[in-house]
Write a protein that binds this ligand. Structure first.
Ligand code: ADP
Ligand code: CIR
Length: 349
């Protein structure tokens, strides 16, 4: 059980949004509050209190956390997404509205494309506050809904508990499976009872995958080699609508899909490419200027908080709330088109 006896201190070089927005006044206002599932401020901020290199540092334990701890979450949501209390979220998962012809038909720059959404089940707490029994229930509902999928979405659910280490290691190395032991999730209480009720569903080609009970209860993923971004989006949207026939997800008109990390609220979508930019990445300021212009984030190729390998970077939309799913993918697409254009120009110099 996480406890907090006094106002936490952060080193002066700490850049997390938690350290910025947890003022003494906010702390005093929230320190004794609890949601109806018993989630406390100490639990909400544990990840950022333990990990001073957090970008954000907070997690919600349930939908109520976003109200109960609004004095902390609202400024974080405003700063990350540019989204205000008076704004509302609108969803658009219609692939026909996306303008994204393959920007790299010769397969020279884009190694692979991946689009994921996070989803959590209505009327249950989120991962940081979930009980073991509720987590088991999530796995049961997820496996049952997924096992009913057909056609190109048809696949198998593989529980992590009992999976051979060489199998899970290979799945992680090939970018299909989440890593174990993430210290940010650990501190947030998201790794309790590991590996029980965790697992991965995928079709034979591994172009459609679902993570069960990681940071969110479900991470629904569509991915493939190359840069056909529209095909990846279409596969994802058809899978989401099939799964929604079986499971009702946690959604609010104001915040969209509810997720444990406030950066994922709204669409809960991260659309990324692994892209090779050896020339542009040598001028990192120029690289960031382009990604910032298109509201994109640069990550390394082995997931968040990892490094680039061989000049390949993970480029994805940063905004997820107050923009539609189509806009998230369009942000990524438009940025990638410009990155490829500049990379080509630099190669000719
Ligand atoms: P998430 O997007 O699910 O929040 P991560 O940044 O941790 O999380 O990435 C999860 C996994 O997905 C990692 O193994 C990462 O390498 C892989 N991944 C992300 N984008 C792509 C992509 N475009 N192509 C291939 N693998 C990808
Ligand atoms: C952190 O605060 O760094 C971790 N809890 C991860 C935050 C999510 N990252 C992001 O940029 N989407």
């Amino acid at each position: 059980m996480v406890s907090l006896n006094s106002y936490p201190s952060f080193p002066s070089d700490c850049k997390s949004l938690l350290s910025k927005h947890l003022t003494k006044k906010v702390y005093e206002q929230l320190k004794d509050k609890k949601t109806s599932s018993g989630f406390t401020l100490a639990q909400a901020i544990a990840s950022g209190v333990e990990n001073h290199d957090s970008g954000i540092g907070v997690y919600a334990g349930d939908i109520e956390s976003y109200d109960t701890f609004a004095a902390l979450f609202d400024p974080i949501i405003k700063e990350y997404h540019g989204f205000l209390k008076s704004d509302s979220h609108v969803s658009n998962l219609n692939a026909n509205d996306l303008n994204a012809p393959n920007p790299d038909s010769e397969n020279k720059y884009i190694v692979s494309t991946r689009i994921r959404v996070g989803r959590n089940i209505a009327n249950l707490p989120l991962g940081p506050a979930i009980t073991k029994e509720q987590r088991d229930e999530v796995e049961k509902q997820a496996a049952s809904a997924l096992n009913s999928l057909e056609g190109n979405l048809k696949g198998t659910y593989y529980p992590l508990d009992g999976m051979k280490e060489d199998v899970s290691e290979k799945l992680i190395e090939d970018h299909f499976l989440f890593k174990a032991g993430d210290r940010f999730l650990e501190a947030a209480g998201l790794n309790r009872n590991w590996p029980k009720a965790r697992g991965i569903y995928h079709n034979d080609e591994k172009t459609f995958l679902v993570w069960v009970n990681e940071e969110d209860q479900l991470r629904i993923i569509s991915m493939q080699q190359g840069g056909d971004i529209k095909e990846v989006f279409q596969r994802l949207t058809s899978a989401i609508s099939k799964i929604e026939e079986k499971i009702k997800f946690l959604y609010s008109d104001h915040l969209g899909f509810i997720t444990s990390c406030p950066t994922n609220l709204g669409t809960a979508m991260r659309a990324s490419v692994h892209i090779k930019v050896p020339y542009l990445s040598q001028d990192y300021a120029h690289f960031e200027e382009i990604t910032n212009k298109h509201h994109l984030q640069i990550r390394g190729i082995n997931g968040e908080h990892s490094q680039s390998v061989g000049s390949v970077y993970d480029i994805s939309n940063r905004r997820r709330l107050g923009v539609t799913e189509v806009q998230c993918v369009q942000d990524m697409y438009d940025g990638v088109v410009e990155l490829i254009k500049v990379e080509k120009e630099l190669a000719l110099r």
